[in-house]
Write a protein that binds this ligand. Structure first.
Ligand SMILES: Cc1cc2nc3c(=O)[nH]c(=O)nc-3n(C[C@H](O)[C@H](O)[C@H](O)COP(=O)(O)O)c2cc1C
Length: 180
């Protein structure tokens, strides 16, 4: 059976460690490549995600390529689905505004495959009007979201902003890849 190719974008939030669990849950049936923002590497190491995914981890736009391929274009072309976990307020804002100033935001811009965001953040950030307007805008254009849940957040507060459960994200990925 053909394996659905998932490009996992990892951003700089506390829930970045969940990217490791997601790779574990998806890799039997899917090929996974990972793009990390520079900030996400402060939360989880590229080494961990590279080892678990069995593929190189990408984060730099301007390194000299080993093969003559431009990373953001070839990664966007390679993927059947682009999954961004955890999606920070920052990456959502950049995508909604057409900003492409690092590898992940540029891949999102270059992608013609479905893009699925799973946001996670502090409850006040989640409620922020600009963030909500950005999400509304992206949904209208055709981007998909897996809503965060209510739970205990990183700072101990209770509220909405907790990353959706890994099983929910996996279910949504399978649905989008027609693998259910
Ligand atoms: C300890 C810590 C935890 C953070 N957690 C989150 C988070 O869960 N969600 C979020 O949107 N931003 C969070 N941030 C802020 C982002 O790291 C920051 O906005 C950063 O610019 C995001 O960069 P990126 O989107 O390029 O990865 C956190 C920052 C710190 C220092």
């Amino acid at each position: 059976m053909r394996k659905g190719k998932i490009l996992l974008g990892v951003c700089g939030g506390i829930a970045a460690y969940k990217a490791a669990e997601l790779i574990e849950g998806l890799k039997r049936k899917n090929e996974i490549k990972v793009v990390m923002t520079n900030n996400s590497t402060r939360f989880i190491t590229p080494l961990t995600l590279q080892t678990l995914s069995g593929n190189p981890v990408y984060s730099e736009m301007f390194t000299l390529p080993k093969e003559w391929e431009i990373a953001h274009i070839s990664l966007a072309k390679w993927a059947d689905l682009l999954l961004v976990v955890p999606a920070t307020a920052n990456i959502i804002g950049k995508a909604a505004s057409g900003i492409a100033d690092d590898l992940l935001s540029t891949v999102i811009m270059a992608s013609t495959s479905p893009v699925l965001f799973a946001p996670a953040m502090n409850k006040n950030m989640w409620k922020n009007h600009i963030l909500q307007e950005n999400i509304k805008r992206l949904k209208k254009i055709g981007y998909h979201f897996i809503e965060p849940t209510r739970g205990i957040l990183a700072n101990g507060q209770v509220g909405i902003g907790h990353l959706a459960p890994v099983e929910t994200i996996i279910k949504e990925v399978k649905k989008r890849l027609n693998e259910t």
